[in-house]
Design a protein around this ligand. Sequence first.
Ligand code: C6P
Length: 428
Amino acid sequence: MAITGLPLAVHPTSASSSETLTSADVARIRQDFPALHQMVHGQPLVYLDNAATSQKPRSVLDAIDHYYAEDCANVHRGVHLLSQRASDSFDAARQKVQRFLGAAHSKEIIFTRGATESINLVAATYGRKNICAGDEVLITAMEHHSNIVPWQMLCDEKGATLRVAPITTSGELIIEEFERLLTPRTKLAAISHISNALGTVNPIAHMIEMAHRKNVPVLVDGAQAVPHAAVNVQALDCDFYAFSGHKLYGPTGIGVLYGKAKLLEAMPPYQGGGDMIRTVSFTKTTYNSLPYKFEAGTPDIAGVIGLGAAIDYVNAIGLDRIAAYEHQLLEYATQRVSPLPGLRIIGTAREKAGLVSFVMDGVHPHDLGTIMDRQGVAVRAGHHCAMPVMELFGLAGTTRASFAFYNTLEEVDTLVAAIQKAREVFGQ
Ligand code: C6P
């Protein structure tokens, strides 16, 4: 029976009081994800590419379908019933995101196309306004391109400098170096919560505290974190937090930028157009209040509503249980994959999220990924949009298996069997 939209607590056989998910919970959860029940190349699909994007539960698909089938209208513009219904669902989704992130106000939640656009928004508005020649932006050596390139572009434009806090060979941030690089010239620190290439969980609360002690605001790239761990932006005291809906079991093309109201209020708009204005004349335009000031044009209404449904779904399971269960998957996968001959795990930080990046002697990651795909196992191969990480480890790329709460220990066994099969194929 599907748990769509219902807390596990109402299900008689659920393990709602326990701290993790039981195999019965997972079996039930899997029923909610249509895409998981298919054959690929004649094999049952084992989907282990969740860090790239996750599969969507039926409740998310239904919410999107419902909007288009019954409520399709523009938001905040129409006096008619459909527009009111669409606007209500849209506004409700913003409040769900607010609660999900523990933000103080729903006006601090800006809808964007994804984590990438959220970071670009901050670079193009906060960055352009506050960063000048001679200033510095501090990132870490494990960032995704989305949290490197916008800062590089900004620094090039302004004559500022991008500083990079180094990491160890196990993929952990050298925290003393991060602290040392926070100088009076640092105008912003932009740090990933969880590395997509290595799985490292950064001590962001500590990092934010360090940065704030030196009056440096912090943007957190939470693209890989929100699907796997409870986040509270007020407890963290981060200034900006960015994530994408599609990794959180929601639709593609929708994302979130959280920003502290006082910072967002002082920032100029990102794009001009409908909805972001209060008054327009040919001589002067005045801007709308938050969050609309940053949401020019018709938004991705179905995407926002779908994201709201995804948050409901994840909340019904509980992020603490999700985190605990995914940790079990990680430990089991690490224990099974590590001893395989000729195989090396890249990213062995003490605090890790549910992904295993690895290389096999003499086999290109793409070839490895392709052979695994023929056995039904979907993994990502390549640089994972983190080329500087690959360069640091002297690699062209890795093969990456990344887990979600609907994956099972048996699927980890299938992953291991697929790797072994690839070794045979390549004569390793
Ligand atoms: N990483 C991966 O396979 P977008 O594309 O905007 O939804 O997310 C960008 C992004 C930003 N930061 C981190 C840490 C990320 O992991 C990602 C997306 C995917 O690892 C696709 S490259």
